[in-house]
Design a protein around this ligand. Structure first.
Ligand code: ATP
Ligand code: MG
Length: 426
């Protein structure tokens, strides 16, 4: 039997109501906060991610699904990559379509996306090779820290609406790339005598971008990481001021946070503000729900005009896992037909088809099976469908034009005309 590829999975119908709920609440949050949706391709030129995400990141270094697309058998072919994240693509689209061009000075562009991402990671609970992200980007000429606080406020509303509790907002500033050089020198000096206690990936990080060492999840590296100087103590003046204002904006909105000076996020493009929302204990080891930050300069890196940017992405997979049990149960139960049609006999069956059509035309979700069954069996099928009501149609009902509408939870039954049934179920 052919099965799904390791690290990928089917999302089955019983789970889809939870996924749809997370998507619906996200769309509602984006609507309220003025974001428009954008969809970019699933694959892009490899160069976009190599430059945009950064060669030194785990993502580009070892996690991308890259392939050569040969236009013709004799051609060199082009290197393409299944998107491992979507910020680089959204910024590419922003540049390519000159979305900035029809904006007035200071006007921001707010975009959001929903879709699958691909990373060749070690599959484990909460970590898949095809996973789903919802993310948003705010781009323009302003880097006002109020933008950051507003985006985080939106995320807080979103989590509250989903009844996800026990999350923690972690924030940090990773400073400006230009003024990071002195700190990186200090960091490399501190790492060097400890290299033999660090993993092979950390050796690579030490060579390419020492800041990435803080991303390491390997247990044996943690003692060294805890001893390293943190960037927060070496911030340039402008970044320090920006971080102060950002925190003041959070305070003013009553949003609780913790400063984590070792949180640098796994993407090279972050400047200044970085943040994470860590989930509650339903998630286990892979407990980062949301990751985001400021990426001024990413546009320039991929050939666009000077642009400030701030955004985030969260994993839908982990968000769905974080829904409380009772909320998940309620969402599954609500995903049921309004009414199940029970017919008795051949003539009633033909009549039932028309009744089903009229109910559906009126916007009612109707379940019906085609096999002629005894009353008891048909009622069992109605219960199994989890419909709120059963509509019973036999020869008498066809003749009188009044049907038996049985409430399957309360048990009571009424005799109603089609119009009355529609009025009751709409
Ligand atoms: P992690 O530290 O968990 O590896 P990351 O730093 O790679 O996360 P980002 O690239 O910032 O994560 O992506 C943002 C969010 O997307 C993560 O917080 C997580 O919820 C989700 N995510 C990332 N990779 C995966 C994956 N392989 N499977 C499921 N969800 C993922
Ligand atoms: Mg990762």
């Amino acid at each position: 039997m052919i099965q799904t590829v390791r690290g990928t999975r089917d999302i089955l119908p019983e789970d889809m109501p939870l996924w749809r709920r997370v998507e619906d609440v996200a769309r509602e949050a984006f609507r309220r906060y003025g974001f428009s949706e954008i969809r970019t391709p699933i694959f892009e030129k490899t160069e976009l991610f190599a430059r945009g995400v950064g060669e030194a990141t785990d993502i580009v270094h070892k996690e991308m699904y890259t392939f050569i697309d040969r236009a013709r058998a004799d051609s060199e072919g082009e290197s393409l990559t299944l998107r491992p994240e979507n910020t680089a693509s959204v910024v590419r689209a922003y540049i390519q379509h000159k979305i900035f061009a029809d904006k007035s000075p200071g006007e921001l562009t707010r975009l959001y996306y929903i879709g699958p991402m691909f990373r060749r990671e070690r599959p484990q609970a909460g970590r898949y090779r095809q996973f789903y992200q919802i993310g948003a980007e705010v781009m323009g000429s302003s880097d006002d820290p109020a933008i950051e606080a507003e985006v985080i406020e939106m995320l807080e509303w979103f989590l509250k609406e989903l009844k996800i509790t026990g999350t923690t907002l972690l924030i940090n500033s990773v400073g400006e790339p230009a003024s990071r050089a002195a700190y990186l020198e200090k960091l490399r000096e501190a790492i060097k005598p400890n290299l033999d206690r660090l993993c092979a990936d950390c050796h690579h990080r030490y060579e390419t971008n020492a800041l990435r060492v803080f991303d390491c999840k390997i247990e044996s590296c943690q003692a060294v990481i805890a001893s390293l100087p943190v960037i927060t103590d070496s911030l340039d003046e402008a970044s320090r001021e920006h971080f102060g204002k950002f925190k003041a904006h959070l305070d003013a909105r009553g949003i609780a946070y913790k400063v984590n000076p070792r949180m640098v996020r796994g993407l090279d493009y972050y400047t200044r503000t970085a943040f994470e929302i860590v989930g509650n204990d339903k998630l286990g080891a892979q407990n980062t729900l949301v990751g985001g930050g400021r990426y001024d300069g990413l546009s320039e890196t991929i050939g666009g005009p000077p642009t400030k940017g701030f955004g985030f992405a969260f994993g839908l997979d982990r968000m769905v896992m974080s829904l409380p049990e009772d909320e998940a149960g309620r969402l599954r139960a609500a995903d049921a037909p309004d009414v199940f049609i029970v017919f008795l006999g051949e003539a009633a069956r033909d009549h039932a088809f028309n009744v089903a059509r009229d109910l559906r035309a009126a916007g009612i979700a109707v379940a019906m099976e085609f096999e002629d069954r005894k009353m008891k069996k048909a009622m069992t099928a109605a219960a199994k469908s989890r419909a709120r009501y059963a509509l019973i149609i036999g020869d008498d009902e066809v003749a009188s034009g009044k049907y038996g509408l049985k409430n399957l939870t309360a048990g009571e039954q009424e005799s109603l005309t089609l119009d009355e049934v529609i009025a009751k179920l709409s």
